[in-house]
Design a protein around this ligand. Structure first.
Ligand code: KG4
Ligand code: ZN
Length: 359
């Protein structure tokens, strides 16, 4: 039995978890900073690093005690090295280094996106994975379609050329006056809305595997400023601009926006899966919590669709411990001079194999 301690501080969640053999979650403690950042409508980097400093010690202690273990039972310390906010990453990385130094345990730096991929292992796999699979990683910072041909073998098939999907949810929520984080707010607001009320753009449709969400955001802005102009069945003639602005049908805008994002995520992921002979379609990251995305992907996919349980969609230490386990098993170790990598593409993680990883 191999127990890995995983530590995550790349953005606004401080996480620590103990995972057994890469698949069994023994503990998973997450301290969220959502309340701190809500007033800014997004993550404020300096506030985030300071909050990590306050939270890291108790979160790691609870991660260990919740699993009923001490550091003496742990085989390696895995920590998110990037991508993410530099000041936030540094808190987790330095804490993990301190633990590794004091205990003599090996240190394993983990790519945050690979962590999201391994949240699917923690969901409890009933059957062995038949590679290749295609995974849609959608979070506040990333929208990527990745071909996974084996553990640690990634090829990026598509990415966003502007905003990430989660970022689009967050920005549109702000436009609509809905609270941060935008994803859950929009999902809730969309419940009573008509997804066909507005014909919002599906950018780059049928044109390769890359995404673009900035035009969609602009279209929503236009709908908010002129609520009836883009509507399929215009009303509001004879109203003043002020009357029209006060009349924004939030539920319809939210539902139509969500449908536009979901349609394009689903179409492009399924196109990529078909083009590359995938055996399964996976989704991970904060936006994979979206119920419309899950339902639409399941309905449209000819292949089995998998996604993590809700608690593992957002950032957490368990996914880092799981990814760290597979990396550790493959022989990856990092030295105590390991630096953070705020922009670390998933496709280059094979670099850094063995001791003294390549920067
Ligand atoms: O993976 P994550 O916790 O952090 C990053 O690595 O970025 O993802 C956070 C993102 C936020 O943009 C949030 O609005 C979005 O995930 N999100 C959702 C939902 N829940 C969280 N987006 C759409 N629908 C949701 N239900
Ligand atoms: Zn994340």
């Amino acid at each position: 039995m191999t127990l890995i301690l995983g530590i995550e501080t790349s953005c606004d969640e401080t996480g620590a978890a103990v995972v057994e053999d890469g698949v069994l979650m023994r503990s998973n403690v997450v301290a969220s900073q959502i309340d701190l950042h809500a007033q800014y409508g997004g993550v404020f980097p300096e506030v985030a690093s300071r909050a990590h400093i306050e939270a890291i010690m108790p979160v790691v202690e609870q991660g260990l005690s919740g699993a009923g273990v001490t550091l003496a039972d742990i085989e390696a310390v895995a920590v998110t090295r990037g991508p993410g906010l530099a000041g936030s990453l540094l808190v987790g990385v330095n804490f993990a280094k301190g633990l590794a130094l004091a205990s003599g345990l090996p240190l394993v730096g983990v790519n945050h996106l690979e962590g999201h991929v391994y949240s699917l292992w923690l969901a409890g796999r009933e059957s062995p994975v038949q590679f290749p699979v295609v995974c849609l990683i959608v979070s506040g910072g990333h929208s990527e379609i990745v071909l996974i041909s084996d553990h640690g073998q990634y090829r990026q098939l598509g990415t966003t050329i502007d905003d990430a999907a989660g970022e689009a949810f967050d920005k549109v929520a702000r436009l609509l006056g809905l609270p941060y984080p935008g994803g859950p707010s929009i999902q809730r607001a969309a419940e009573g809305g008509d997804p066909a009320a507005y014909a919002f753009p599906r950018a780059l449709r049928g044109e390769g595997h890359d995404f673009s969400f900035s035009g969609l955001k602009t279209a929503v802005l236009r709908a908010v400023q002129e609520p009836h102009s883009g509507k399929r069945s215009p009303k509001g003639e004879g109203m003043t601009p002020d009357q029209r602005r006060a009349d924004v049908p939030i539920a319809d805008v939210a539902a139509s926006f969500q449908a536009a994002v979901v349609d394009i995520l689903v179409e492009k992921t399924l196109d990529a899966a078909a083009a590359h002979g995938a055996t399964e379609v996976w989704m991970a990251g904060g936006v994979s919590a979206n119920t419309a995305l899950r339902a639409t992907m399941r309905a449209a996919s000819p292949l089995p669709v998998r996604y993590p349980p809700l608690a593992l969609c957002v950032d957490n230490g368990a996914m880092i411990a799981a990814a760290g386990y597979f990396r550790y098993r493959a022989g990856f170790r990092d030295e105590l001079d390991m630096d953070v990598r705020p922009l670390w593409p998933l496709t280059t993680i094979a670099e850094g194999m063995g001791r003294g990883g390549v920067e």
